[in-house]
Ligand binder design. Structure first.
Ligand SMILES: Cc1ncc(COP(=O)(O)O)c(C=O)c1O
Length: 417
């Protein structure tokens, strides 16, 4: 397998260097989601017969003669465990190319900075993940790259923000933490030559939403979340079908070197095999939690795209195959009650992050969006009585009991407010 122009060994996305592909492209295209999650890039090892992709815990690869390799020369440039993960996740998004990174933020950087230069302009959704906001506002701005934040649910506002030097439209949908839905096809229709549409698909996962099929050019994920699924590894991936864009991302991946180690790649590969099973459970539990909260008088608002009351429910139904596992809500009783609920829950852990099998609760105000200026948080509706739940796959009766008890325990604070 030859290295590409960047010295970056990138096997065909549907095979691995040490494996003999057992399926033709046509076979692969007709396979179902879980078959691909379990099989793509994961043929038995032709050298040893290992059924499961090994952890190739090596920094370098011995050459047969100078420049004669078996497809890999150095693990920053390419590693067989990482290549299997890149093939698997690219296939789940219906794409040919994937580049894995050492975190979701490294992937966000790869999915944006790879294409940008001084003087370029970015249009981004205004209620995006706090870390991405920090990357665009505090880092890119120092390199002469300006970002305009718009309400991307409003396509007219998005169109009006596009300038002659706009290079990138950055979409995150569902948004974090209010679960608003942006019309990906509508944003993609605003494209003109040279303008790239990138989507952070972390919340939905390719099981529920495939942005490339809706006209996006690039998809990225924090694989820390649902794709690895067990809250035991930090990682990211950038995926595209466009060979020219892939070449730019691959150059960035190799040049900057923010790659995952083989063990982290292995954990993510293993976790992603059960993505479909987990997502169905997350969603069933999230539906039950959302309905439970909606029925309570001491909860003033519930945000879940699967609820008929959600402002973008119809768009979510069109664009997504399911609604995911995140539910946000506002409690009556203000910040004090919200913090007390978050602190006192017994099954929902008070922790940043989402997408693991275990349920988590967080206060976006201080936790996920702590780096966003206060005035901006208030403008976005991220006030202190808002809580975000990452609904896990524990037994639903236990989750509802935990929620109900935390709400009941703090009910006295409703009267004070
Ligand atoms: C939507 C979204 N994108 C990107 C990231 C960044 O990912 P990581 O923490 O893996 O760097 C996060 C993390 O919470 C996220 O929620």
């Amino acid at each position: 397998m030859p290295n590409d122009a960047f010295g970056h060994s990138q096997p065909n996305s549907r095979s691995r260097a040490l494996c003999t592909p057992d399926a033709t492209e046509a076979d692969v295209a007709t396979r179902g989601f879980s078959t691909r999650a379990i099989r793509t890039g994961q043929d038995p090892c032709s050298a040893t017969g290992a059924t499961i992709v090994p952890v190739f815990q090596t920094a370098t690869f011995t050459q047969d003669a100078v420049g004669v390799t078996k497809g890999y020369d150095y693990s920053r440039s390419g590693n067989p465990t990482r290549a299997a993960l890149e093939a698997q996740l690219a296939d789940l998004e219906g794409a040919r190319f994937g580049c894995a990174f050492g975190s979701g933020m490294a992937a966000a950087n790869g999915a944006s900075f790879s294409f940008l230069r001084a003087g370029d302009h970015v249009v981004a959704t205004k209620d995006l993940y706090g870390g991405t906001h920090r990357l665009f506002s505090d880092v890119f701005s120092r390199y002469g790259i300006e970002t305009t934040y718009v309400d991307m649910c409003d396509l007219a506002e998005t169109r009006a923000a596009i300038r002659p030097n706009t290079k990138l439209l950055w979409v995150e949908t569902p948004t974090n933490p209010l679960l608003r839905i942006i019309d990906i096809a509508g944003v993609a229709a605003l494209k003109r030559p040279g303008l790239i549409v990138a989507v952070d698909n972390t919340f939905a996962t390719p099981y529920w939403q495939r942005p490339l099929e809706l006209g996006a050019d690039v998809v990225m994920h924090s694989t820390t979340k649902y794709l690895s699924g067990h809250s035991d590894v930090v990682g990211g991936i950038v995926i595209t079908n466009d060979p020219a864009l892939h070449a730019q991302i691959a150059l960035h991946q190799n040049a900057v070197g923010a790659v995952p180690g083989p063990w982290d790649a292995y954990l993510t590969l293993r976790g992603a095999k059960t993505l479909a099973l987990r997502m169905r459970e997350h969603e069933a539990n999230a539906h039950a939690v959302a309905h439970f909260l909606e029925a309570r008088d001491d909860v003033s608002a519930v945000y879940y795209p699967g609820l008929a009351s959600h402002e973008h429910h119809e768009l979510a139904k069109r664009q997504m195959r399911g609604f995911g596992g995140i539910v946000s809500f506002r409690v009556r009783g203000g910040a004090e009650r919200a913090l007390e609920i978050a602190r006192s829950m017994k099954i929902f852990n008070l922790a940043t992050s989402l997408g693991g099998v275990e349920s988590l609760v967080c206060s976006p105000w201080t936790m996920t969006h702590g780096s966003v200026p206060e005035a901006r948080k208030i403008e976005l509706g991220l006030t202190q009585e808002l809580l975000r739940l990452s609904v896990g796959i524990e037994d639903i009766a236990d989750l509802l009991t935990d929620l109900g008890e935390a709400l009941d325990r703090t009910a006295r604070l409703t009267l004070v407010a």
